[in-house]
Design a protein around this ligand. Sequence first.
Ligand SMILES: *Cc1c(COP(=O)(O)O)cnc(C)c1O
Length: 656
Amino acid sequence: MEVKQKVELLREKYQASSERLNPPSPLKPVWTLENSEELYRIQGWGDPYFSINAAGHITVSPKGDRGGSLDLLELVEALKQRNLSLPILIRFSDILEDRLERLNACFAKAIARYRYSGEYRGVFPVKCNQQRHLVEALVRFGKPHRFGLEAGSKPELMIALATLDTPGALLICNGYKDQEYIETAMLSQRLGQTPIIVLEQLEEVDLVIAASQRLNIKPILGVRAKLSARGMGRWGGSAGDRAKFGLTVLEILTTVERLKAANMLDCLQLLHFHIGSQISAISTLKDALREAAQIYVELAKLGAKMGYLDVGGGLGVDYDGSKTNFHASKNYSIQNYANDVVAEIKEACDASSVALPTLVSESGRAIASHQSVLVFDVLSTSNVPSGPPEPASEADHLIVRNLYETYTAINPRNYQEAYHDAVQFKEEATSLFSFGYLGLRERAKAERLFWACCERILAIVRHEDYVPDDLEDLEKIMASIYYVNLSVFQSAPDSWAIGQLFPILPIHRLNEEPTCRGTLADLTCDSDGKIEQFIDLRDVKSVLELHPLRPNEPYYLGMFLNGAYQEIMGNLHNLFGDTNAVHIHLTPKGYQVEHVVKGDTMNEVLGYVQYDAEDLIEQLRRRSERALQDQKITLQESQMLLQNYERSLSRYTYLA
Ligand SMILES: *Cc1c(COP(=O)(O)O)cnc(C)c1O
């Protein structure tokens, strides 16, 4: 058969199959808000704080079920009018309060349910988010519950000592300690604080005994037990025999003996353990509780004046909303957690007739994650070519004709084979090009056809229940890249460092079908500066459903649940600094911007690496003087350069 005839036939075949693939259906269902809700799983991870309104925008209900909400897009636009550029971190203090209330309410309920004759007095681990406005707000919100703080280092102790002013609230002193740390903590007792010094190393026992004798202060002491029960997943290393922290059973006994010898055994009142952050499976917690409760009972029997059991942190956050024991989720509620803590401890203590302890927990992630949202804009996208390609003609190289033939023949029965053919032809085209047998235009045609094949195959694959292994990456290969105005290293370091998942989605246009699939690339010149894993009901997905950009219209994405750990661990890679941050408080009339924390300017980030703005300007000025003399630049140009330079230095490090 003549090639031309064949191509004609193929073209006819293509038209027929194209209609089969995309039947002209007048009944194509319109995209609804429910479709967006289901796609981005907002209720799963966001309830009761985030949802979609009739305009297709994300709404925030900072007080949870207690009423009042605001439109996130309108808020962002109002903030922009206040001269705050994106990316911007929005903290909702009401969410913080609601989280704290919830945690306390769950413990109160569990205590009532199990008739627990002790109380709950939680603390917030400062390391989770040390920002002043946040810690101060937490202390204020925690007053009715005598909620305290936990410090894990000397600088955090400085924050806690000065900020905590709630009578009766605990100040848990964890982390590695030197003489100064211990003395400072002990002396704060004289100010009315209730510091509990938790011994994590045997060396600290001697330091504490010496300081107590020197200052003539009887401290409240705790021991951190190295449990053999451990959390699973990324943070599981916080417990177990090889853990970095805590005392083994043998070391706890040695501690008891040394304190007894110093006549200080009555100071030992608290047992602490921490099996790692983001506990996904409740069964792990139960194992740890049982083991810890037995140690507690034994310590009481040995004569320590035990009164507190501190279950550490680890209360998880359901980042993907799947309610499973997947690492980005958790298979229990806060109420389940509180119930288990209360019930397990009560059972063990009752069985040994030991008085019930005051229960302490150090939940950071569960309190601080929900309160902040990072909103950022998309700068541009890069897409693989799409749509039907130009047909191959007789004049085209055989390889191009082969590819076109492959393209036209794709159907739901042969798509896997067609994919392998397309890949092979594309590779052949590249080799032919390298050996000079194929021109640039022909190669471009071949590539265009290859993408067309992939597009058609992907359209079929998306409707299949089972995706063959070799086609799994197709979605990713075909995805657009969305260039976003943010640094992953600054704003979502855990996404880069440990592959943590955060819900990411557009904050508007949710009444419109997101017809594109994309991954995100950040502003840094680092190939790791990207996000290619997104939450999904099953496991993770490698591309995110997004909308095509519209000319002259911003497209805003939100990254949610990132209020814990990300801010302080963020770094200055490529000198992208802290983002702008605002604190929003809901009022009866709307909302109020409580605090504005301006992000770093270029001046500031350059200062961290010892550049002085004045010196830099002076160097540039001298250089432009020389160029002027050599008549390489006009006076006007040099003025423009210097003005731009100087203005930039006082500006935000992100793109305007
Ligand atoms: C990090 C840490 C916490 C906080 O853990 P979350 O998982 O954020 O609740 C609590 N206690 C100790 C000792 C920690 O190191």
